[in-house]
Design a protein around this ligand. Structure first.
Ligand code: NAD
Length: 260
């Protein structure tokens, strides 16, 4: 379905981004991978995706904290592939602490990586999309773009901001064949969630098992983690012609969390 298209997925060395990038490659898209990790493992992943799906896969280690580096990554991808047809702003981090104890550097990093990086990448990618009169921007927000939870002030602020940014971009490019949407997953068992289990346990003074049962899955009426593959399926659909009229949408995939 995405044959001949190029997709850049930020934060695609792990978790949801990796799942989306893999699905895109399976659909025939060339890929620009991004994210941190062991250099040899990333190279092995790059080579495996290229060989398995017979697509071109490059890797750019741009740090989503750095606006100039983000713009340079997009520039290089456009030079290499002609355009970025699909931009997935996925990179994200989390930190859990009460507001009055929230480390200032963590606040700044979460706003930069989870919100501002989407602005910098979109800003740099849009001119080539406009020229082609086709583009898909998929922002990986969160149920926390719609509702809050205690101890996640920076994350909730960034994700609410990302939803607003998505809607604004959608309106600006609505007549140019470009859509912009936000996917809002509930809890997905990726390293990002694994890492916050001990922090939540500490902040709430309860055991890690209790965090999974009473905090994480308590929020999801299905009592199941959302699967990476389900998010990848939705991302692929948003990139299809059938989704041409879906734009500015804030799409929940959260096991009913935000229905309550
Ligand atoms: P993850 O930790 O598995 O992956 C995060 C990715 O972002 C990794 O590839 C990492 O290297 C990359 N990254 C982090 N900081 C970076 C930086 N400064 N520059 C470049 N890359 C950087 O996490 P995940 O759960 O797959 O999260 C992906 C996105 O999905 C995030 O935006 C997150 O907020 C969102 N999300 C996750 C969940 C969940 O439950 N896991 C739920 C809703 C939304």
């Amino acid at each position: 379905m995405l044959k001949g298209k190029t997709a850049l997925v930020t934060g695609s060395t792990s978790g949801i981004g990796l799942g989306i990038a893999t699905r895109f490659a399976a659909e025939g898209a060339n890929l620009v991978l991004n994210g941190f990790g062991d250099a040899a493992e990333i190279e092995a992943l790059r080579a495996k995706l290229a060989a398995q799906y017979k697509v071109t896969v490059t890797y750019d280690g741009a740090d989503m904290l750095k606006p100039e580096t983000i713009a340079a990554m997009v520039r290089k991808a456009i030079e290499r592939f002609g355009a970025i047809d699909v931009l997935v702003n996925n990179a994200g981090i989390q930190h859990v602490a009460p507001v009055d104890e929230f480390p200032i550097d963590k606040w700044d990093a979460i706003i930069a990586i989870n919100l501002s990086s989407a602005f910098h990448a979109t800003r740099a990618a849009l001119p080539a999309m406009k020229k082609k009169k086709w583009g898909r921007i998929v922002n990986i927000a969160s149920a926390h773009a719609l509702v809050a939870s205690p101890f996640k002030s920076a994350y909730v602020a960034a994700k609410h901001g990302l939803a607003g940014f998505t809607k604004t971009v959608a309106l600006e490019v609505a007549q140019q064949g470009i859509t912009a949407n936000a996917i809002c997953p509930g809890y997905v068992r990726t390293p990002l969630v694994e890492k916050q289990i001990p922090d939540q346990a500490k902040a709430r003074g309860i055991s890690e098992e209790a965090v999974v049962r009473d905090v994480i899955l308590a929020a999801q009426p299905t009592k199941q983690f959302v699967k990476v593959e389900e998010i990848a399926d939705l991302a692929v659909f948003l990139c299809s012609e059938g989704a041409a009229s879906i734009t500015g949408a804030i799409l929940s995939i959260d096991g009913g969390w935000t229905a309550g």
